[in-house]
Design a protein around this ligand. Structure first.
Ligand SMILES: O=C(O)CCC(=O)C(=O)O
Ligand SMILES: [Mn+2]
Length: 203
């Protein structure tokens, strides 16, 4: 898949092969205690268009949307995926956001992963398991649109400047019937963590 638009994106297709990716998808799908995706902001009832869990090292807190994301421990499975990605990239992560797109009707809207907790230079590794989905990119200044397809087992690395220049989304796609789990491994900076309350995107 073509990442020519964005030198700050590195795509490792088939980081896990199809058999291993299917196995990981199934195990995560079953073992994750997926929370309710309804939450309220300023008294308004909202629905997150996907399911989500957040896991982090002790002391790392990432708060938004009335505690929609409770910090959970690392399961042995999540830890082992983290370790494999860390050794491959030679980079350490202290947290992961796990998104379950139950079908093509689940999505994530336009945003950058540029929350203050991630610091000025966020380095994020994103693993796709399950159904292939379009990963759309929109340049912040020119509004140029590009896209990639992220397929089962693909690992996408978003190097720091990517978040400065581009927004991304996984658009709704009614032609997709299968589920997809995406794990974005991140490094939250503890010092800033409790000072800045984070107002993250809600869709
Ligand atoms: O599902 C994906 O590929 C992207 C998820 C994402 O952008 C996020 O959780 O911040
Ligand atoms: Mn993101």
């Amino acid at each position: 898949m073509n990442t020519d638009c964005c030198p700050e994106l590195k795509l490792f297709e088939g980081f896990y092969d199809a058999i291993e990716s299917d196995r990981l998808y199934q195990r995560l799908f079953e073992e994750q205690d997926w929370p309710d995706n309804h939450y309220s902001v300023a008294g308004r009832q909202l629905t997150l268009p996907r399911l989500q869990t957040w896991h982090a090292d002790t002391g790392i807190v990432y708060s938004y949307s009335d505690n929609l994301l409770q910090t959970r421990d690392w399961s042995p499975l999540l830890s082992s995926i983290k370790t494999q990605i860390e050794s491959y990239l030679n980079y350490r992560f202290n947290s992961v956001l796990v998104n379950l797109y139950r079908s093509g009707e689940d999505y994530v809207g336009w945003h950058s992963d540029n929350e203050p907790e991630l610091g000025e230079q966020p380095y994020i590794a994103s693993l796709t398991l399950g159904a292939a989905r379009r990963f759309a990119l929109r340049h912040k200044k020119t509004s140029e649109i590009n896209d990639l397809v992220l397929a089962n087992g693909d690992l996408l690395v978003m190097e720091p400047n990517f978040q400065h220049h581009w927004q991304h989304s996984v658009p709704l796609d009614n032609s997709v019937t299968g589920g997809r789990i995406n794990l974005t491994f991140r490094n939250v900076i503890p010092a800033k963590n409790n000072i800045q309350r984070n107002k993250r995107r809600q869709d």
